[in-house]
Design a binder for this molecule. Structure first.
Ligand SMILES: [Fe+2]
Length: 240
């Protein structure tokens, strides 16, 4: 007798570390219908646990711990009502600005297992990151830089990545960078970080269905598989 098994995508992990799925609070899911659609699509890809990370950026995305918790409550109850079986938790993607420094000092941070996700400006290289890292570590947090491969000002200064790693910063790359979704140079740097063994987390950084369509293809790519050979990926080690 021949058994036909449903083809399971080669996702290699079950936990996503970075996404924008709470409706209407940043540039991700627009409304609840959109949120549920994205979560169903991620489930079909093989994800079982999602950490969603709304932007917190002073003046642009003025999200707070409370507003994100409210959004999560609404999303969770909709998942139950719609019989969508997905474990979801909220953290945040902090923009590196004064408000972030203040949140660190006040010890009012969204985090997952004390991992704090943050991003830099795409245009201006960050200054005084050593102080920020010191303050995070002093409070027993581990800093995680979102998509290090996307900061073009580091592409010609690859030694900066080693410097950031030596400061104790963990790296989360976007899986879609390997598809060239953010440009050729970003793809090249993602491969470089993989080969150096610098990657700690991978993320979908899903904002919309386009991102999921790219993910579908890239997870069959050998470069994606190589990440797991070259690096110790922590996604599935998290308790959420
Ligand atoms: Fe993001």
């Amino acid at each position: 007798m021949i058994f036909f098994r449903k083809k399971i995508p080669n996702l290699l992990i079950r936990t996503d570390f970075h996404s924008h799925l709470i409706p209407g609070i940043d540039d991700g899911a627009k409304d609840m219908t959109h949120s549920l659609q994205l979560i169903k699509e991620l489930s079909n890809l093989g994800y079982r646990r999602l950490i969603t990370t709304p932007h917190i950026k002073n003046g642009q995305y003025n999200n707070t711990i409370e507003s994100i918790a409210d959004g999560m409550d609404m999303l969770r109850s909709e998942l139950v009502q719609n019989n969508i079986d997905m474990h979801i938790a909220a953290s945040a993607e902090y923009y590196y600005d004064e408000a972030f420094l203040q949140a660190i000092i006040e010890d009012k941070l969204l985090h997952i297992n004390r991992f704090v996700l943050f991003e830099f400006s795409y245009v201006v290289p960050p200054v005084n990151i050593e102080d920020m890292i010191y303050e995070l570590k002093a409070r027993n947090y581990t800093p995680v830089l979102a998509h290090p491969e996307r900061y073009l000002y580091y592409h010609t200064k690859l030694d900066q990545y080693e410097y950031l790693k030596n400061l104790g910063i963990y790296f989360q790359i976007n899986i879609n960078s390997l598809a060239g979704h953010y440009g050729k140079s970003t793809k090249k740097v993602a491969k470089y970080l993989s080969e150096k063994g610098f990657i700690d987390f991978v993320g979908s950084d899903v904002h919309n269905s386009k991102h999921i369509n790219v993910l579908k293809d890239v997870i069959s790519d050998t470069e994606y598989k190589k990440i797991f050979n070259n690096n110790k990926i922590l996604n599935d080690d998290l308790t959420i």
